[in-house]
Ligand binder design. Structure first.
Ligand SMILES: Nc1ncnc2c1ncn2[C@@H]1O[C@H](COP(=O)(O)OP(=O)(O)OP(=O)(O)O)[C@@H](O)[C@H]1O
Length: 258
């Protein structure tokens, strides 16, 4: 790790010796990482190396899996999110997530975006502006403003994914986790989501799991390389791609395995 990364002060996200088991099987091994605010961090590595499991630790999505055990710490804005007094609903509001396959609810475009704010008790009169703002920020307002009452399922895959991003933004998170958000999309929709992520980083801290090395190089400031449950290397993206310190990182990014 270069000094620039070791010296990240007041990280927005920090894991300290994080390990995770599914039953007997250890899937994450002593992960330590510091992620600064208003940055995009890409996590790369072969299939099964633990990238998705790691990001799901950041908003305790793994709580939903039986037999899952976590050791170590995850601090979000300095607070241990596995401490007993943590309100997991509030945590997931602060740390939003966008999945690989667009998963809009089978309801209208408007109701998809209003869903979270309604649950969190937002006043009805404020909803219209929250929905509009979220759709604008997710770069899908122009395409949907005249059909807000139409079913979200009538949108294309790429539009559905931007709608899902709008749904995440509507509850005003601080951090957004993206788990391979473009792997089900065509190149044009992928480019739109990449532009969107680049724009969002001025207001949010973003962590993205991707199998697409060019995507990691294009949009991220920092990159972490996972292998067999270990974080092998974490550094500024240009370091990882131009001057990796570990041979396995170099082998992976040059396509020698994985
Ligand atoms: N719910 C689960 N129960 C048991 N094992 C699981 C579960 N989810 C994931 N695993 C295992 O944990 C390991 C890490 O999986 P994970 O999905 O985190 O890897 P990944 O690097 O994100 O892979 P991919 O790039 O294919 O999505 C794999 O061996 C996987 O089979």
């Amino acid at each position: 790790m270069t000094e620039a990364v070791q010296n990240i002060s007041q990280p927005q996200i920090e894991a300290e010796n994080l390990s995770l088991w599914y039953g007997e099987k250890q899937v994450l091994k002593n992960i330590s990482i510091k992620i600064p605010r208003n940055s995009v961090t890409a996590l790369i590595g072969p299939s099964g190396s633990g990238k998705s499991t790691f990001i799901r630790c950041l908003n305790r999505m793994n709580d939903l899996i039986k037999n899952c055990r976590v050791e170590g710490k995850v601090l979000i804005e300095g607070k241990d999110i596995y401490a007993p007094d943590v309100d997991v609903v509030e945590l997931r509001k602060k740390v939003g997530m966008v999945f690989q396959k667009p998963n809009p609810f089978p309801m209208s475009i408007y109701d998809n975006v209003a869903y979270g704010p309604r649950i969190h008790g937002v006043n009805k009169k404020d909803l219209d502006s929250i929905v509009e703002q979220a759709l604008r920020s997710a770069a899908i307002w122009e395409e949907t403003s005249d059909r807000l009452k139409s079913s979200a399922l009538s949108l294309s895959g790429g539009q559905q994914q931007r709608l899902c991003i709008a749904r995440t933004l509507a509850v005003k998170p601080r951090i957004i986790l993206f788990d391979e958000p473009t792997s089900a999309l065509d190149p044009i929709s992928t480019a739109r989501i990449e532009d969107l992520i680049t724009n969002l980083k001025k207001d949010y801290t973003i962590v993205i799991v991707t199998h697409n090395m060019q995507q990691a190089a294009r949009i991220s400031d920092y990159t972490g390389f996972f292998l067999s449950g270990e974080l092998i290397e974490f550094d500024q993206t240009r370091q990882i791609f131009h001057n990796p310190q570990e041979k396995s990182t170099e082998d992976y990014i040059t396509g020698r395995f994985g």
